[in-house]
Design a protein around this ligand. Structure first.
Ligand SMILES: Cc1ncc(COP(=O)(O)O)c(C=O)c1O
Length: 389
């Protein structure tokens, strides 16, 4: 099979109308938002084409079909069977996160997150009228038990309910949490009475050497709530759908989710995602092989062209988190060094995401999207290096 990351030409990709390709002028190489430069997996394209030919564009069945499709994939890849009967369709992961937080906390209650983290975690938690308590990742980009314990203690102070929104695997660092780390989370959450909500959208995107552990497969996770979507791994963000799943002791919470919350999923989304989960495994493996090469290629390119940039090869996700604090950056508007993302954009015509959007610990970093052809990645790093000359 051809590497899906090398199938489409730059000219093809520029004809796309999605955000990745339309935000910046055509001389900019877009390596920012988490979309992949791949054609659709053939089984997904077929399922969508058949649905369109049939005019099968009505409402989705608001039930457990999606989780049933996930079950086969999860059994094969992770040796775990999701709780199909304790699951519900949601429009997408972030709206699902908001619904889960509403089930276990009230306005003004705290939600613990681990910055630097996916920027919408901040906006959606604030938008849901919850307050954020930060537990920063360690210098090695791992969960920090001491920071987590302090944050949990602060979150539940005064006897208030609190939640912990865990990103597993973690965006932007690509950290894949180990069984021991998840056990630590479970023990601390139990001790402090914090409810754990886990975003597992990047779960299928894990490289050899790391092992993804579904949160609900862990002993003691019975009160957990988890969100999953095939949208990242099969590049289906534009055909939205996702599922919420509850551990055995959280089923009653999930049952309180208003039915209308599930009505926002797209029927075409459910069709595409279920086809991906049922038949898209071989395609995913091809993409993962290409991404695995890209994550190493980026390391080689940086070592050669931008040796001051520090980069830990991600264990999962197609995101690379680059520490640019040692770069000789020009002075920014505020007096200190400029935001590296701005320098790369303005002088190099490469769009990456500014680390400052990821909260505490993100300033001076950029997030680089690896889901592109090796040629595009090579050209981008060359331009980034040239931008500093
Ligand atoms: C960790 C994480 N959660 C959620 C999302 C968005 O998912 P959705 O479009 O299903 O809300 C992303 C997108 O990149 C993500 O990285």
């Amino acid at each position: 099979m051809v590497n899906p990351l090398q199938t489409l030409s730059l000219a093809d990709l520029r004809r796309r109308t999605s955000e990745k390709w339309r935000r910046y002028p055509p001389d900019v190489l877009p390596l920012w938002v988490a979309e992949m430069d791949v054609p659709l997996a053939e089984p997904v394209a077929r399922a969508l084409t058949e649905a369109v030919a049939l005019g099968d564009t009505g409402y989705p069945v608001n039930g457990t079909d999606y989780t049933a499709a996930l079950a086969g994939f999860a059994r094969e890849r992770w040796g775990w069977t999701p709780p199909v009967e304790q699951s519900a369709l949601v429009p997408d992961v972030m709206l699902g996160v908001v619904e889960m937080l509403k089930l276990v906390t009230g306005p003004g209650d705290a939600v613990v997150i681990n910055p630097p983290v996916y920027p919408p975690f901040f906006g959606f938690v604030w938008g849901g009228e919850r307050r954020i308590v930060e537990a920063r990742l360690s210098a090695e980009y791992r969960l920090d038990p001491d920071a987590l314990e302090r944050a949990f203690a602060e979150a539940v102070a005064g006897g208030r309910p609190a939640a912990y929104l865990l990103c597993s695997p973690h965006n932007p660092t690509g950290t894949v949490h180990t069984a021991d780390e998840l056990t630590m989370v479970i023990e601390l959450a139990d001790r402090y009475g914090v409810r754990v909500v886990v975003d597992e959208i990047h779960a299928p995107l894990v490289y050899p050497g790391a092992v993804f552990r579904p949160y609900l497969s862990m002993p003691g996770s019975e009160r957990g709530l988890v969100l999953f979507s095939a949208s990242k791994a099969w590049n289906l963000a534009g055909v939205k759908a996702a599922v919420a799943m509850a551990g055995p002791e959280a089923g009653a919470d999930l049952a309180r989710m208003p039915k209308v919350a599930g009505d926002g999923a797209s029927h075409l989304g459910v069709i595409a995602h279920t086809a991906a989960l049922r038949h898209g495994g071989p395609w995913l493996d091809e993409v993962l092989a290409g991404l695995d090469r890209n994550r190493r290629l980026l390391g080689d390119l940086l070592a050669e062209l931008l040796p001051e940039v520090r980069y830990r090869v991600p264990e999962g996700t197609y995101l690379a988190w680059l520490d640019c604090r040692e770069l000789a950056l020009p002075e920014g508007a505020a007096g200190g060094p400029a935001d590296p993302a701005e320098v790369f954009l303005e002088r190099g015509r490469v769009a990456v995401v500014s680390g400052s959007l990821f909260g505490t610990g993100g300033a001076g970093y950029v997030r680089f999207n690896l889901a592109a052809s090796p040629e595009l990645i090579t050209e981008a790093v060359r331009r980034m290096a040239a931008a500093l000359r």
